[in-house]
Design a protein around this ligand. Structure first.
Ligand code: FE
Length: 332
């Protein structure tokens, strides 16, 4: 190498060392490390951008964004559940992204109408049943799990989990508060056991014969099915004659005080693209938000279903009413 060239390089290296990395995108993620790392590594290899990330639960990450304010190093906030994304936007932690790419890749009901956050994977919260003890022709809707036929046969996860708060919030959006409270009361009356702390425990309780039906996110079933393909449990798609299956998202939005807004937008667009979507969804056995991308074969084998098309931001708007309703109805 000519001497002058190595001198130029040395100056460049020095400049890179003291100036902030212009290519760096900093992500705060409540989506688990193992679900994002392979994608960020691929993005870095493909684009030459640098992605750094911190993972934690959504509560502490939002608290951190609030206390860091304008000083935050974060450019992009990634989390699960529309309820959490809605809350982040409501607290002023996110900014609007105007992007034809995002509007094309993410269906309208799966992103904030103002563009402050966008779904990146779809999770369906559906009915599961024992294939030993339930004939699926007996199943129809979420509401019908309150029928006398399911007395002492229903298992549910705790109402403290945001997934159930979002489910009930979307039921309020559909049925109104009074009817939803009646439905939830009837569920509670049908419980076979006190509420469980996780979706996985609900599935395991059905396998163990403690109950026959439950409501879970499909990827928890997928994980168990992957370990034991003969697991005597199947999914049922409810409300197919009406509103459709309750869906939620994991997603992301650009941080209000992002230093690297263009970099954050580029990464967000890439995550919604055909290049990234199959892997983003498959890593957690979820559904791609981008409808031109096929699901993982294990997921696709569960069959197609109509999803509820009410904007998932309603889950956030109605969350506190859902929490109070479940409390009144005795759903712990
Ligand atoms: Fe989950």
């Amino acid at each position: 190498m000519p001497k002058y060239l190595s001198a130029v390089l040395a100056v460049l290296v020095l400049a890179a060392g003291c100036a902030p990395e212009p290519n760096e995108v900093v992500v705060y993620s409540a989506r688990a490390e193992q679900l994002i790392q392979p994608l960020f590594e691929r993005y870095m290899a493909q684009t030459g951008a640098v992605v750094t990330w911190a993972t934690d639960k959504e509560g502490p990450l939002m608290q951190r964004l609030i206390s860091e304010g304008e000083q935050t190093p974060a450019d992009l906030f990634l989390t699960v559940d529309a309820g959490n994304l809605w809350l982040a936007a409501e607290q002023g932690l996110l900014q609007q992204a105007q992007s034809a790419v995002l509007n094309r890749n993410v269906p309208a009901h799966l992103h904030d109408e103002a563009g402050r956050w966008f779904g990146l994977s779809v999770r369906a919260r559906t009915i599961i049943y024992s294939t030993d003890r339930v004939d699926p022709s007996q199943l129809s809707t979420y509401a019908a799990l309150g029928d006398a036929a399911w007395q002492g046969r229903l298992c549910l996860r705790t109402s403290k989990k945001v997934y159930n708060q979002s489910l009930v919030a979307m039921m309020i959006a559909e049925h109104g508060e009074e009817k939803t409270e009646q439905i939830v009361r009837r569920w509670v009356a049908n419980l076979a056991a006190p509420v469980y702390s996780s979706d996985t425990k609900v599935i395991e309780a059905i396998v163990a014969g403690q109950c026959d039906v439950g409501i879970v996110n499909t990827y928890y079933f997928g994980r168990l099915q992957k370990k034991d393909p003969a697991i005597p449990i199947a999914l049922f798609w409810p409300n197919q004659q009406g509103s459709g299956v309750h869906v939620n998202v994991s997603g992301a939005g650009i941080v209000k005080f992002a230093d690297n807004r263009p970099g954050a937008l580029k990464l967000l667009e890439w995550l919604s693209s055909e290049t990234a979507q199959a892997e983003f969804a498959a890593l957690n056995l979820e559904y791609p938000v981008n409808e031109s991308v096929p699901s993982d074969p294990l997921v696709a084998a569960w069959g197609d279903f109509n999803q509820n098309l009410i904007n998932v931001s309603r889950a956030g708007e109605l969350q506190s009413r859902a929490v109070q309703l479940m409390d009144r109805a005795g759903y712990r």
